[in-house]
Write a protein that binds this ligand. Structure first.
Ligand code: G6P
Ligand code: ZN
Length: 542
């Protein structure tokens, strides 16, 4: 029943920030997915007889690759595969299943917030036994293997029925088709005060959740409408579709604008939330208030003990370097550890495994905790509802009071997408050359206190990650960060992050872009961004 197939290697299967991501036509090339899956298995050791979790965000090509992965896992010697019904598992739910059932690891099929469809993106990612993305040591080994692979093994059997729950054998390996939602919804019910949230909703707080035609639909329906009593229809775009119904499933002010506008309208919902293709990102809006992901992390950390799962307090907080320092002020006040890591959720894994941090967040709409080892969109949304219920306050009130207590970190990110790769690399190189000359210089009223290329020394395993983004720090806490995106699929994306700390509550109502205008101009002056890229404005501002 096991077939050995001869294959030719591809040279471009290097996993990026979050697994291997390519357009569907690339994945559809002969043996392309098979080569990569076999390279994953070849890079691992000791999985014989153990369990592999498989699931994806339901995007185009999900089912095809799941069939291949199941048959190849059987051929490789796994003892069991647990696969979500319909091939569905959100990224945080997959992380939970791996942990809860002590699986050896998991294969998650997703390209996160990128569009889906026959000519759009697809992705394959391997997660290890702690439920988190494989560390670089493993992804490097997968890439090395993929460049020389010449055979793969696959069970020569009929396709598995993914649409009915059940347990059966495939070429001697057990396959269990599981309910993708139940375990995850149960976990959320343990962590959060569902009776309080239920009462908040029953009192007339109108909640709108936009699943953007992607994976969180069934999860959100079960949690918000079935378990928390939200009105039917509270969850929008709830059917996971292969092309996400044409949505670009990235929850931000550009792609979730309909929801934002609805919440801002007079009779619209009081609370709005959205999540991305695979369910790990989140966006939170309240009446008159968009919550920046950086503020969201700080506010969740400051109020964490209202949720039963965090009643004992949090051990520490971690944020990616470009994320604003709002959470740092909370950590200072709580007298707990604060960690600054490079961009990418995988850097939080060691800190969580070592018990150093409980909550983590990134400016890229990611928030989560040590309940799993991925960021978790619905978790963040439920945390906000739990805080609202416990404080009996709306989003805007909670945010304004937080600023009044801790000060406000004005924050914005300007993205320049699809920039010529050489121009982007030259810009960064020129900036690096300049770094040593910047400290002490003044730009307008701002004086540079330090400038460097961020390097991370992992306090747990001692590994060092260099060149993680240029930081220009000013006296008084203002900051400019520039880095190249690690997730784009065409050309280079330059990200400029600007931040200014304002302690005075009388000055907390300024428009963000206005409050940051001087820093934005300085960023351009120092990096020569407009001149070098030929762009006069960013493609996206968040
Ligand atoms: C993915 C990762 C995040 C990371 C983000 C940054 O979503 O899961 O952890 O923050 O990419 O992407 P960038 O394009 O800025 O490299
Ligand atoms: Zn995602």
């Amino acid at each position: 029943m096991i077939k050995t197939v001869h294959t030719a290697p591809y040279q471009d299967q290097k996993p990026g920030t979050s697994g291997l991501r390519k357009k569907v036509p690339v994945f559809a090339q002969e043996n392309y997915a098979e080569n990569f899956i076999q390279s994953i298995f070849d890079a691992l050791e000791g999985f014989e007889g153990k369990t592999l979790v498989i699931g994806g965000d339901g995007r185009y090509y999900n089912r095809e690759v799941i069939q291949k992965a199941i048959k190849m896992a059987a051929a490789a010697g796994f003892g069991k595969v647990m696969v979500g019904k319909g091939g569905i598992l959100s990224t945080p739910a997959a992380s939970n299943i791996i942990r809860k059932y002590h699986a050896f690891g998991g294969i998650i099929l997703s390209a996160s917030h990128n569009p889906g469809g026959p000519t759009e993106d697809f992705g394959i990612k391997y997660n290890i036994g702690n439920g988190g993305p494989a560390p670089e040591k493993i992804t490097d080994a997968i890439f090395t293997r993929s460049k020389v692979i010449d055979t793969y093994k696959i069970a020569d059997v009929a396709d598995v029925d993914l649409d009915a729950l059940g347990s059966f054998k495939v070429a001697g390996m057990q396959v269990e088709v599981i309910d993708p939602v139940a375990d995850y919804a149960d976990l959320m019910e343990q962590l959060f005060d569902f009776p309080a949230i239920r009462a908040l909703i029953a009192s007339g707080v109108h909640v709108a959740m936009d699943s953007m035609g992607a994976v969180t639909g069934p999860y959100a329906k079960e949690i918000f409408e079935n378990r928390l009593g939200a009105l039917e229809g509270s969850v929008r775009n709830f059917t996971p579709l292969p092309d996400f119904g044409g949505h670009h499933p990235d929850p931000n002010l550009v792609h979730a604008k309909d929801l934002y506008d609805d919440v801002m309208s007079k009779d619209g919902p009081h609370f709005g939330a959205a999540s991305d293709g695979d369910g790990d990102r989140n966006m939170i809006v309240g009446k008159g208030m968009f919550v920046t992901p950086s503020d969201s992390l700080a506010i969740i950390a400051a109020n964490a003990t209202v949720a039963p799962g965090y009643a004992k307090g949090i051990a520490g907080i971690a944020r990616s370097m470009p994320t604003s320092a709002a959470a740092d002020r909370v950590a200072e006040k709580l007298k707990i550890g604060m960690y600054e890591t490079p961009t990418g959720w995988k850097f939080f894994g060691n800190l969580m495994d070592a018990g150093k941090v409980t909550v983590c967040g990134e400016e890229s709409f990611g928030t989560g905790s040590d309940h799993v080892r991925e960021k978790d969109g619905l978790w963040a949304i439920l945390f906000w509802l739990n805080i609202m219920a416990a404080r009996n306050e709306g989003v805007a009130e909670i945010v304004r009071k937080h600023w009044a207590e801790y000060g406000r970190n004005y924050y914005s990110r300007h993205d320049y997408e699809e920039v010529n790769t050489e121009a982007a690399n030259n810009l960064m190189a020129a900036l690096r050359e300049k770094l040593a000359t910047l400290p002490g210089k003044t730009f307008g009223s701002l004086k540079v206190s330090a400038a460097d290329d961020f390097a991370y020394h992992d306090p747990i395993d001692g590994s060092v990650s260099k060149n993680q983004g240029i930081r220009i720090l000013f006296e008084g806490g203002s900051r400019i960060v520039l880095r190249l995106s690690g997730t784009g699929t065409s050309g280079a994306t330059i990200r400029v992050y600007v931040e200014r700390y304002e302690p005075d509550p009388a000055k907390h109502g300024i428009d963000t872009q206005e409050a940051l205008a001087d820093l934005i101009a300085i960023a351009d002056e120092i990096s020569e961004l407009k001149k070098r890229t030929g762009r006069d404005k960013p493609s996206v501002i968040t």
